[in-house]
Design a protein around this ligand. Structure first.
Ligand code: BGC
Length: 903
């Protein structure tokens, strides 16, 4: 092994290692520059050391109880283990573990641990703490339970939100004599609350100055979140509190909590409190707080011994709910239970005698039912709920479920502990947001921010496009249930099209419970604190994303039944929208689609125009042409009766079919003289912008739209973009398909390599990555132009975007599920190069130098594939005979036989 040894003090990092050439011991000191941040110092430190280490050893840990790698640095305790792993991507161990286990075993255990745990050391406040709660959210597709401390009540530092998929409610707020209606994913009654008091003292309230130390560890392998907290109360009493939470992955109505206290320097009486609190409001997002957020109306509170039940409903959507809890402490003999019912809250406590040094555990199990997925009486459902015997039982149940889940969906990366951890985190949150056997019972899809927070009010966007492939690869039926959410709202989409003077189905940019448009007409600019007009609803391409998701699902599963019953009808209705939006210009002999926006939200209209909307957005037109091509193909392929039945249902006639062909080939695109594909018609007339000028003034210019608006200017005036737009179709489609479409549209590309290179460079220079969805698309585009360094850099920024909350506070309001899905997709489809968008799987890796192997499996057209891809070889096994294409060559595969192909 090649270890790097560190001794960290407040002023310097002493480091030693063996020189790789002459094997001599190098011993050096890095002096911490107090004028710089710790992060800047560490980056500087990294630049001074060689890159050949495979483990870091911390020689002077100070807090062995919480972790063997905690040191004092710049006068504060930090976990140098986590810090070094994040910096160098290699396992980091403490000297005590090395003494105990030997270096090799300590390193290998830590490598395993680091890949499965998402951890935070120390207490945080404000948006940082909110963000970490989003990241440590647990759940099962039915509910998401934010990773807040159990003792937390909603305030500026803690937000113990709970969300159930599909439970929305609309409320009206009168602002400046305008009634503004908002639909929120409802923050459900808080049943995760538990806390303690000692003797006659107050109930413990998470005062930061009383928390001497805390470690929060989410074990993604088992689904258990553990918070270990050392508390030193103002009265001198010290206590260790260990809390655990786990969601039931199978019986999805259930989660379990464990609360353990250990008095460290006293004996006496203690009480452990438990609550179900229905007085909660939607309060996670600061800028929404002036809007009405009280969705829950409590109908009834009940107590029966150790059980409590709160019955409630949502104010306007009238979703009924029941939340129940059961508390127990089988190991404490003298515990006395008391219960208090309030109008909106139930509080229970267990009082018992404690002896210094001993541990006492109270367990709480919570159940939640709503009228959306439960027939019959909700009180009975909660009352008759089959709680786990105890917390250990809940954990072993969760472990078993997660084991099965991980066997199916894990992506194993060798050579980078940070990437491994964060990829698993993405997969974990994808599972928290939706699960096959849960969504079967629900009428819900995945919100852009998961079940993890309240940004975008929990709405469902085109972001489905970035995560659905992952679900389809591993749990194809889950993708189907999510698509059914859209099918169930086809009627609303038709109504929306009609109300706008179009035909067919126009899905809303933001969708909630009913599938009507939930985008607001204004958006808060945090720079000016003013609400600016918001045209983002004109992103009609969301309907194309739905069509794309239907096609992808169908291609990956061959689910003819779905296509016949639901898919084709949606595709035809979406096609009808675009036919009705396309206008023929006899002069240019081209069709125009106007009044839309592309994915780049900086461009809402033409400079100075009264009305928003743009003409001939390249992404929209290319994907429309793609959709029409797919439909023409289906018209050939599907049985006559399926076609005629669906044409009838979608009110699609011969003229529509003819129009479709002519529009497909004649939609207008614009190119400049250098063959750059214009983002929309008139794009090249816009001014260029000097980013450096703004960078000097503002530092972070990712939200150039807000900066320009705050200066009385408008992003509409300039050639700049929030995220990939013109080239977005190259993310969705195979390069050949993309080129064929351009050719069919009458814009053949002569030199495709040059075209892609020039276009990627052109747009990269103009893109500020104001959306987390941007970098990951460009990471994949950079591979196309063989810029591996850029691709890697953008990939890592995308991979860490929630972990480091790179947008400076948005993770506080929920994870970004789209980038999580897209990142996983780039690893399997582009780095490992396993592309499932054709008739058969084709493999063409772009393997990162930094990694050794990528291992994962997937289901494609009913066949299970097991891939291990490395720098120079692809190993694949399948459960049936089949074939794949490796770098353009057909490779036959025999079921249950492994084959290794060098490339
Ligand atoms: C992005 C959109 C995305 C939305 C929700 C916006 O910032 O620009 O593309 O759909 O966030 O994630």
């Amino acid at each position: 092994m090649k270890p790097l040894y560190l001794t960290v003090t407040d002023k310097h990092i002493r480091y030693s290692y063996e020189d790789s050439d002459d094997k001599s011991t190098i011993d050096k000191v890095y002096n911490i520059n107090s004028a710089k941040t710790l992060g800047e110092n560490l980056d500087n430190f990294k630049s001074k050391i060689p890159s050949y280490f495979d483990v870091v050893v911390i020689l002077n840990p100070i807090d062995v109880e919480l972790r063997d790698t905690i040191v004092s640095c710049v006068n504060q305790p930090i976990d140098m283990g986590l810090t070094m792993e994040n910096l160098l991507h290699i396992p980091t161990v403490g000297v005590h573990d090395v003494a105990r286990l030997g270096l090799k075993q300590a390193a290998s255990l830590e490598e395993e641990h680091a890949g499965w745990h998402l951890e935070y050391y120390g207490s945080y406040s404000g948006k940082r703490q909110y963000g970490q709660e989003s990241m440590q959210t647990i759940g099962n597709g039915y509910f998401g339970l934010r990773g807040a401390y159990l003792e937390a009540k909603a305030n500026d530092d803690n937000y113990p939100g709970t969300y159930v998929a599909g439970v929305f409610d609309q409320l009206t707020t009168n602002i400046n004599n305008h009634d503004i209606v908002n639909e929120d994913l409802v923050n459900m009654p808080n049943a995760q609350y538990m806390s303690f008091s000692i003797d006659d003292g107050d109930v413990f309230k998470l005062a930061p100055d009383e928390i001497t130390n805390v470690y929060r560890s989410l074990d993604m392998r088992t689904g258990v979140l553990t918070i270990t907290m050392l508390v030193s109360l103002h009265n001198g009493k010290r206590i260790k509190v260990t809390t655990k939470k786990v969601a039931d992955m199978k019986n999805y109505h259930n989660y379990s909590l464990q609360y353990t206290v250990q008095p460290l320097n006293f004996s006496g009486q203690m009480k452990i409190y438990s609550e179900i609190d229905g007085s909660v409001t939607n309060w996670n997002v600061e800028r929404y707080r002036s809007f009405n957020g009280k969705h829950i109306i409590v109908d009834k509170t009940l107590v029966d011994g150790d059980r409590a039940i709160l019955m409630a409903h949502t104010k306007n959507s009238k979703v009924n709910m029941s939340v129940g809890s059961k508390i127990q402490c089988p190991d404490i003999d003298d515990a006395v239970l008391s219960s208090n019912r309030f109008q909106e809250r139930i509080s229970q406590s267990l009082e018992f005698h404690v002896v210094e040094g001993r541990s006492y555990t109270v367990e709480k199990s919570v159940s939640m039912y709503t009228s959306l997925e439960t027939d019959g009486d909700l009180e009975d459902a909660v009352y008759g709920h089959d709680y786990h015997k105890n917390f250990a039982d809940a954990v072993s149940n969760s472990m078993r479920c997660w084991q099965k889940i991980w066997r199916n969906e894990d992506i194993e990366v060798v050579g980078d502990v940070t990437a491994q951890k964060l990829l698993r985190m993405n997969e974990f949150h994808a599972t928290v947001s939706a699960q096959q056997h849960v969504n079967k019972d629900l009428d819900a899809s995945i919100g852009a921010r998961g079940l993890h927070g309240e940004a975008y009010r929990g709405h469902i966007f085109w972001d489905e496009l970035f995560i659905l492939p992952y679900y389809t690869m591993h749990f194809p039926n889950l993708a189907k249930y999510l698509l059914m959410y859209r099918y169930n709202r086809l009627g609303a989409a038709k109504k929306y099209a009609k109300a706008n003077g179009y035909k067919g189905a126009m899905y809303p940019w933001q969708s909630g419970m009913y599938g009507d448009e939930q985008s607001q007409l204004t958006h808060l600019n945090p720079i000016t604190n003013q609400w600016d007009p918001d045209n983002s609803r004109k992103q009609r391409h969301v309907s194309l994303a739905i069509a794309y998701n239907i096609w992808n699902y169908y291609n990956m599963t061959n689910d003819d039944e779905f296509m016949k019953e639901y898919g084709l009808e949606m595709l035809l209705n979406i096609a009808k929208l675009w036919i009705s939006m396309s206008e023929y210009d006899p002069e240019t002999k081209r069709y125009t689609i106007a009044n839309v926006m592309g994915p780049d939200e900086f461009h809402e209209g033409y400079p100075g125009a009264d009305e928003g909307g743009l003409k001939n957005n390249a992404y929209t037109n290319i994907m429309t042409s793609w959709l029409f091509g797919r439909l023409e193909y289906l018209m050939q392929k599907e049985p006559d009766e399926v076609i005629s039945e669906n044409l009838k249902r979608a009110d699609f006639n011969e003229d529509d079919l003819d129009d479709m062909e002519s529009i497909r080939k004649n939609l207008k695109l614009e190119f400049n003289k250098d063959d750059i594909l214009g983002q929309f018609e008139g794009y090249f007339k816009l001014k260029d912008i000097d980013f450096d000028y703004y960078r000097r003034q503002y530092g972070d210019i990712s939200r150039m739209d807000r900066i320009l608006k705050s200066e009385g200017d408008s992003p509409d005036e300039y050639q700049l973009a929030k995220q990939a737009d013109s080239l977005m179709a190259l993310y969705n489609l195979r390069e050949d398909t993309f080129m064929d479409i351009l050719k069919d549209m009458g814009y053949p590309i002569k030199d495709r390599t040059k075209f892609i290179k020039d276009n990627v460079n052109y747009y990269l220079q103009r893109t500020t990555h104001g959306s987390t969805l941007s970098r990951i698309v460009y990471s994949m585009l950079a591979l196309k132009v063989n810029d591996y360094d850029l691709s890697w850099k953008l990939f890592y920024q995308a991979l860490t975007s929630d972990y480091y909350d790179i947008q400076g506070g948005t993770t506080a309001e929920g994870i970004h599920l789209g980038v999580m899905g897209a990142t996983v997709n780039v690893v399997t489809s582009d780095f490992a190069g396993v592309d499932f968008r054709g008739d058969e799987i084709s493999v063409d890796p772009h393997f990162p130098d930094q990694w050794q192997t990528i291992k994962f499996n997937l289901t494609f057209k009913g066949i299970r594939y097991y891939f291990t891809v490395s720098k120079d070889s692809i190993t694949v096994a399948t459960d049936h005979d089949t074939q794949i294409v490796v770098k353009g060559e057909q490779v036959p595969l025999t079921g249950d036989e492994e084959k290794t192909i060098s490339y």
